[in-house]
Every structure is written in C-alpha cells, then in structure tokens.
Design a protein around this ligand. Sequence first.
Ligand SMILES: C[S@@+](CC[C@H](N)C(=O)[O-])C[C@H]1O[C@@H](n2cnc3c(N)ncnc32)[C@H](O)[C@@H]1O
Length: 290
Amino acid sequence: MQAVARATNFLSRVGMPSPRVDAEILASHVLGVPRGRLALIDGFTADQLAEFDALVARRAAGEPVQHLVGSAGFRYLELAVGPGVFVPRPETELLAGWGVTLITPGTTVVDLCSGSGAIALAVANEVPGTRVYAVERSAAALPWLRRNAEARAAAGDTPIHVIEGDVTDLAVLADLDGTVDAVLCNPPYVPSGVAVPADVADHDPYDAVFAGADGLAVIRPVIARAAALLRPGGVFGVEHDDSHGAAVPALLRADGRFTDIEDHRDLAGRPRYATAVRARGVASEHRGER
Ligand SMILES: C[S@@+](CC[C@H](N)C(=O)[O-])C[C@H]1O[C@@H](n2cnc3c(N)ncnc32)[C@H](O)[C@@H]1O
C-alpha cells in the first residue's frame, strides 16, 4: 500500500528503528485486519487515511507503537498497555518460555514485578491449572495488570492472583514461603546513570526501568525473596541488564541457597537472564532473612 510505504520512509527519516514494522502495525490497527493480510487490502478510506497519518505523526514524535494501538504481543497473548505500565519486550519471552518448559500443572508460580502481567499470564495461558501469583507495586501499572488478568480469565485461562506489594518486602506472600515451585522476575535493572532511548525515557515508567546506581537495587532483594519463597528444588529465573551477565550469577552464588546457576543469552547473543535451582537442605534463614 502506498500510504504504508510513504509512512515507512517518513519514520525511517526521523530515525525510528523499525519503520516498516511500525507502519504496518499502525495500518493493520486502523484497518482492523491482521498484519499478514495487509497486502490483500486495496487502500484506506479518507477517514482511515487521516487516522493513520495522525498515528504515524505520533509515532514519529516518539510514542511507543504499542501505546498507539493499545496492546502489545507477548508469546501467544495480546496484552492491554498504555501510559503507566511497562511495555513487555520480546526478550522477556525467552525467560517466560524457560519457565513454561519447567512448570507443570498444579504447581505454584510467582511472577515478581509483574507490570502488565506478561509473564504471569503467559504461564497461566501455556500451563493451565497452575496457581500463579503476580506481584506489582505501581499504582499506575496495577489497573493494567488487573484488566489483563480479567480479560485472560474471561477468555478461559486459569485465573491468576494479583497482589499489590513491594517485592523487596519480606512480608509479601510470606505465607507461601518454602512452598513455591517457580519464581520468575523481570525487574527494573538499568543503572540510573545510563542513557536509554527517548521512547523508553519518555514513556516507560522510571521505576520499571531504573534500579539504583548499579542497576541491582531490586535484583538483590528479589534473590533473597525468591530463595525464601521457593521449595527445595524449585526454580528461579530473573532477567537482567546485558552488563550483568557475571554480576547476577555472582549474587546468586553469594546468597548460598541456590545451585545449578546459569546465565542465558538473548537472540542477539547478549547476556539476558540468570536461572538457578533452590538448594535442598539449606535453611531459609540467611543473611538477615527471617
Ligand atoms: C521491567 S518492568 C517488567 C514488567 C513485566 N514483568 C514485563 O516483563 O513486561 C518492572 C516492573 O516492576 C515493577 N516494580 C519495580 N520495583 C518494584 C518493587 N519494589 N515491588 C514491586 N514491583 C516493582 C515496576 O512497576 C514494573 O512494572
């Protein structure tokens, strides 16, 4: 379509990293057809063209394409997103996928720092019959999380439990301590001084992205929280900054309650998430924990 080609050129000229994908997503949103069927469409009506041009202009000004269409794809799900909630990223699908291969129906899973609910809802969707808890602190993100959880339950997925809480608080889900089969977490992890692209800086919530001077301010307490929550043999996976491929495994080793510590790379070959197994025969009380 001519309008899509024109928008692709425009978005490319203003420096958008994925101009064709963005233009196609916006066009399919306006036309109400899947991206794969765009080639079969003759063109826009005048009203559709005006709406498309307005969306392209907002994208050129830096608004995330997911905010413009109101949703983001994550594994097999389409999740509602917008201002106030972190847009789930493709690289996090790897961590969720790692969890899904190990989680079995009837087990208990905790998603710490749940945001839109991406990881928790993917697990509930792909491993039916799992008890999934999603913990989130942000008052702006929680309505998105609840909305997505309700929509997926209405679509027939196993309902998840949404918990408003601070993942660094030892009291959060303390009643589950020692019983959880899997803890997954995509926390904020960018060091506070690091420059991020304008659409991240302007549209992702600060507390969803940055975590103190070294980027580990949330991961450190999350490791302790995961060690307390997990049963012996339970599994833990945590996404991290690509500069933390050595630091996060070192923190897991230093905790002393994990075995089988590994780091994993993303599709671009960058260190992306660390995994570990809760050791058997090591008490939960450790380094100041209860
Ligand atoms: C990088 S986003 C990840 C969101 C989601 N898990 C995903 O992968 O799309 C991190 C999330 O952690 C939340 N968060 C940050 N600090 C937190 C804390 N101390 N307790 C609970 N949630 C926190 C943020 O509000 C944000 O929603």
